[in-house]
Design a binder for this molecule. Sequence first.
Ligand SMILES: O=P(O)(O)OC(CO)CO
Ligand SMILES: [Mg+2]
Ligand SMILES: [Mg+2]
Length: 280
Amino acid sequence: MADIWQDAMDHAVAIARRAGDVVREALLDDRMVMTKTSSVDLVTQTDQKVEKLIMQSVKDKFPTHRLIGEESVAAGEACDLSDAPTWIIDPIDGTTNFVHAFPFVAVSIGFSVNKQIEFGVVYSCLEDKMFTARRGKGAFCNGNVLQVSDQEDIRQSIIATEFGSSREPEAVNNIFSSLRSILCIPVHGVRTAGSAAINMCLVASGCVEAYYEIGIHVWDVAAASLIVSEAGGVLMDVDGGSVDLMSRRIVAANSRAIAERITEEIRSFSPPRDDAPPQH
Ligand SMILES: O=P(O)(O)OC(CO)CO
Ligand SMILES: [Mg+2]
Ligand SMILES: [Mg+2]
C-alpha cells in the first residue's frame, strides 16, 4: 500500500538539504548574534531565515498542514500540538555551535499526526549526514540502516547530555548533581555535542548509549525521537514514565535497562511545558 506521508517526507528531506546549504553558506559570513531567554540562549538571522524558508515551502506544498517552529514560538506564536498533521521545526539545532563553527549543527524536521511522530529528518549539515526515520520502517543515515548499541552495562557506556541555557546557580547545581551521579556510577564518559537532535542521532547510531536532558523543547527532539525508536532505542521521561514531547524532559537510550538506570540518578524538575499558556 502506498505510504500517504511519503510525499511529505520526501519534501522534508529536500528542504532540510536546502536549509543546510543556507546554514553552510552563512558560516562564511559574519554571524550577528542575538539572545533570547538568557545571555547564553543565542539566535541568529540564519535561524530565522531558515525557519521562514522551511515554513514557506511547507505552506506552499501542504497548505492544510500546521506548523510549529522554534523561532515562530519565540516571536509569540502558540505551541499547540493537535491531532492535525503538524510539522515541528528547529531550523538550527545547535545555534551556539553554529555561532562558533563547532561542527554539530542540525536542521530538524519532525512530522506528527494524531500526536504521533510519523517521520523525522535531522540533517547534520556540517557533517553532511542526513538522518531519517519513517514510523515502522527503520532509521537511516545517508541511506545506511541505523542500529542502537547492544551494550547493556551502563558502566561500559558513554552518556550524552547538555548544560542548558540557564546560568542560575540553582539550575546549574541541579544539572551538575545529576551529571555527577551518572559520571560516578561510573560510566566510560559523558559527552555534549551541543545539539539535542545530534545527541539523539548518536544514540541511534550506536556511538553513545543514552542521552538525557531537562529543558529541551519539542522542536529539539520531535524528529530525533523517531530516529532513536526506529533504530531500536527507547524513550522515557526522566522520572521513568512515558515520554511526553511537550514536557521538556527526555531520556533516549539504547535499552530500557540503561534508560531506567539513568532515571535513578537524575535530579528531576519540571520546566514550564511547551504547551503551557503564556505568562503575562
Ligand atoms: O540550538 P537550539 O535550537 O537553541 O537548541 C539547543 C537546545 O535548546 C541545542 O539542542
Ligand atoms: Mg534546538
Ligand atoms: Mg534552534
